[in-house]
Ligand binder design. Sequence first.
Ligand code: AHR
Length: 364
Amino acid sequence: MKKKVLSALLSVAMVATLLVGCGSSTEEAAAPAATEEAASTEEAAPAETEAAAEEEAAPAADGELITVGFAQVGHESDWRAACTQNYQDIFSAENGYELSFVDADNDNAAQIEAVRGFIQQELDYIIIAPIETAGWDTVLQEAQDAGIPVLIVDRSVDADPSLYEAHIGCDMVAEGEMAANWLAEYLNGEEAKILVIEGTVGASATLGRTEGFNNIAADHSEWEILDSQSGDFTQSGGQEVMESYIKSYSDFNVVVCQNDNEAYGAMDAMDAAGITYGVDGDVTIISFDATHDGLQYTLDGKISCNVECNPLQAVFADQVIKTLESGGTPDAETVVTDEAFVAPGITSALATTMTQEVLDGRAY
Ligand code: AHR
C-alpha cells in the first residue's frame, strides 16, 4: 500500500466542497443505510449482507488503512443520501479504510478536480460516481499514469474501459423498459398522453431511463410523448417542470418522473393546480428509485408504479478493492438488480404490489 502523501495543492474550490467523513443532506430527509440486496455480474452473482461484508472487511495486512477517495455526484436526492451513507458505512476505519469524501454538488468540473486532488494525494483507490457520462478520458488517464486504480459506480462513463478497473451500478436502460412495460400492461391498449420529467442532462441514469422507456414506447402507437424536460433529479426541478407543463398542456394522463424527488415536486405542482393523480385520479404517475418515501407514496396510491434503483452498492466496491488487494482480477461489470413496485389495487405480473410489510423492510 502506498504511503498517503497529503498534497498542499488542493484548489480553494475543492477545499470548499471537501467533506471528509461527513454526511450529506437532501431536500427531503436523509435515508438510513443498508440491507442485503442482490447483484449480478457477467461471471458471478455476489449476494451477501452488508453485515457479512463488514465482517469480512479488515485493515490491510500491514496494519495501515487503505486510502480511498470518493467523488460523489452531490446531494440532490434521497437516493443520493442513501448512497453516500452506504459508502461511509462500508468504507469506515473499522473496516480498514480511510475515506476522503467529496460532494461535487452536481458540478462536473468540480468533480473532475476532486479526482485530480485524490491523484495529488496519492490515495490507494479512487471511486467515482460520475455526474455526466462524458469528459472522463483525460483524468482517468492521469489516474492510470499515477498507478491509482479507479472504480466507476452508480452511473457509467463514456470512456475507454481499460482506464478503470470496474463499473458497479444498476441497468438504467432496463429500468426505463421496466417502467414502460408496466405502463403497457396497466393501460392495456388505452391511449396515453405522456409528460416526462427527466433527470440531470448527460447523466447515464437519465440517458438510460429515457432510452429504455422510448424503446418500449416505440411499439405503442396509442402513446404520445408530449414533452420531455430535465428536472435535474431534484424536488424543486420536478415542481418547476411540472408547473410549466401544466401551463402548456391541458390534456395529459401520464407523468413519468425519473426519480422520487422529482415526483414529490410534480405532485406539489398538480396539487396546487387541482389536478388529481394516482390510482383514483386522472393522472398516472410513474417514478424511479423506490426510496422509503417514494414507496410510502406508492403504498398510499399516489405513485402508481415505482421502479427501484438500488443505492446500496458499496459492498460491491469493497469486494472489488479486496480482490485487487489480494492480487486478483475483479469483475469488470457488476449489475445491481432492481424490481418494480405498484400501488395496492393494481394487479401486475411485472411488479410487486406494495404492502406495509414491504415498506417496513425498506432500509433507505
Ligand atoms: O444515478 C442514480 C440517480 O441519481 C437516482 O435515480 C437519483 O435519485 C439520483 O440523483
